[in-house]
Design a protein around this ligand. Structure first.
Ligand SMILES: [Zn+2]
Length: 82
């Protein structure tokens, strides 16, 4: 089993800080967030996410909405698509 790290070099803010916890995204995006986004930036996204959901009227049950939200998260957190 891989060692659990207590900090990440955050892609977004550039600090070495505690990693994001409670990341609910799966796949590559979830991995990228867990490996490269700090808890503070993740918290910022979670606040922003609420606004995005309301603004774009997204529905968590709808795969298309999930894609849009993932794309928004990627942009907000400055993660590269691959
Ligand atoms: Zn950060």
């Amino acid at each position: 089993m891989a060692e659990e790290s207590n900090s990440v070099d955050c892609v977004r803010c550039g600090r070495t800080a505690p990693p994001a916890t409670g990341v609910f995204y799966g796949g590559a995006l979830g991995d990228q967030i867990r490996a490269g986004i700090c808890a503070e930036c993740w918290a910022e996204w979670k606040q922003n996410e609420v606004m995005v959901i309301n603004e774009l009227k997204l529905n968590f049950m709808d795969p298309k909405s999930q894609d849009i939200l993932a794309e928004q998260a990627r942009e907000f957190l400055q993660l590269s698509a691959d």
